[in-house]
Ligand binder design. Structure first.
Ligand code: AMP
Length: 421
């Protein structure tokens, strides 16, 4: 074997693609029921869009971007997430609506130069939602409803929703200072990354996954105790509404997400069976981002979720959907006359049914084997005798029964018998 897929990328083979279509279908279905419309944006963008939109101090921008120069020397980057591109498109095409919120969803591959492992790839696939234009906590709750509704719609059960508030430009600076002061006292027991974060963005320290750092966090001040009146009110309303729709959650004061642009509500949904990479999806409010990217001050909230991890969790729960892609019918010519009629009949039936055939001119017995391998429900047998009578013989592969059906009525017969399954 000379060529292999690059490390951290993988082929999704025909046996698996049905699961992906299923997952994408569930997501699009839930998103549409909440009034979201799909947006598709380019796979690559100017590098500075992500530097500005995600934050120069984030792990993504600092070490995980696939950045390259094109033939004119422009710096381009494969999209590592969707929000920056959605906001760019929103501003570029003036998608703002005078009345109300712009609700968008997207699905597609993202690229991060991360160390590949269980549930972590360099090309992975996200589905996401952005509600742009509402400061109301109802928007926060609805996006979280979509995330949980999607994961439940896949059939997942062992989900845990965590929420927190990251405050706003009014209350966060004061909290950041007291966090920095507290961290100064324990710097010697933190990892190198955290020591660097203490000065530049102390909140991100709380995001560290290293055990030796996490052990210290119990003693640190938390944002929730420092929220201004408005942020506190916002958080209370979110919690009230979650109670109202009976969506179970846990307040996690250490939940700060990796990206710099979040304000107020932030949330993640985890799966118990996934080990250290247990976050299936996460998001929250990002009221400052659109202005930071050159637009008018515009509140927004959204999330993204990883499809690989969602599908892994389904396997882990033994809840993967039935992914059979069996043909409805297999057409088997019995002789030369049948062979001649086959292109016309398959063409005709394929206007309505999934039809399979054998392309190798083999005897009927081999063709029946092939039909069984394909999992076809019915086999149509066509030979000289049938052509003379204007009929076909149809064998039900499950019951073994055989029926004679007029050629002119075969569609109706199949329709009726497939529907009754
Ligand atoms: P993030 O944009 O980092 O908040 O990621 C949102 C979701 O995308 C995560 O909860 C994961 O499900 C998924 N995800 C992020 N990075 C990766 C990766 N490298 N491989 C697979 N899934 C990922």
């Amino acid at each position: 074997m000379k060529y292999r897929a690059m490390r951290g990328t993988r082929d999704i083979l025909p046996g698996e693609t049905r699961k992906w279509q299923f997952a994408e279908g569930v997501f699009a279905g839930v998103a549409k029921r909440y009034g979201c419309r799909e947006i598709r944006f380019p796979i690559f963008e100017a590098t500075d869009l992500f530097e500005r939109g995600i934050g120069e101090m984030t792990d993504i921008v600092k070490k995980e971007m696939y950045t390259f120069h094109d033939r004119k020397g422009r710096s381009l980057t494969l999209r590592p997430e969707g929000t920056a591109s959605v906001v760019r498109a929103y501003l570029e095409h003036s998608l703002a609506r005078r009345a109300g919120v712009v609700k968008l969803f997207y699905m597609g591959p993202m690229f991060r130069y991360d160390r590949p492992g269980q549930g972590r790839y360099r090309q992975f696939h996200q589905v996401g939602i952005e509600f742009i234009g509402s400061p109301d906590p109802q928007a926060d709750v609805e996006t979280l409803e979509i995330l949980v509704g999607f994961l439940k719609g896949l059939g997942l059960r062992n989900l845990e929703t965590r929420i927190n508030s990251l405050g706003c430009p009014v209350c966060r600076p004061g909290y950041q200072q007291s966090l920095r002061d507290a961290l100064a006292g324990i710097t010697s027991s933190l990892c190198e990354d955290c020591i660097e974060r203490v000065e530049r963005n102390p909140l991100r320290v709380l995001d560290c996954k290293q055990e030796k750092c996490r052990l210290q966090f119990g003693k640190l001040p938390v944002m929730l105790d420092h929220l201004c009146g408005e942020c506190d009110d916002h958080m209370k309303r979110v919690e009230e509404m979650l109670g109202g729709i009976r969506l179970p959650y846990r307040v996690d004061p250490l939940l700060v997400r990796g990206l710099d642009y979040y304000t107020r509500t932030t949330y993640e949904v985890h799966h118990a069976g996934l080990g250290s990479q247990s976050a299936l999806g996460g998001g929250g409010r990002y009221d400052g981002l659109i202005e930071q990217m050159g637009g008018p001050p515009t509140p927004a909230v959204g999330f993204s979720a990883g499809l690989e991890r969602a599908l892994l969790s389904l396997d882990e729960e033994g809840a993967s959907p039935d992914v059979a892609e069996n043909p409805d019918v297999f057409i088997a010519p019995a002789d030369e006359t049948g062979e001649r009629e086959i292109p016309g009949l398959t063409h005709r039936l394929r206007q309505r049914f999934a039809v399979e055939r054998d392309y190798r001119r083999r005897n009927l017995k081999s063709q029946f084997k092939s039909a069984a391998d394909h999992g076809a429900r019915f086999v149509i047998i066509l030979g000289e005798q049938e052509v003379a009578e204007g009929s076909v013989a149809v064998k039900d592969m499950e019951s073994g029964e055989q029926a004679k059906v007029p050629l002119s009525a075969i569609e109706e017969w199949l329709e009726a018998n497939l529907a009754s399954l």
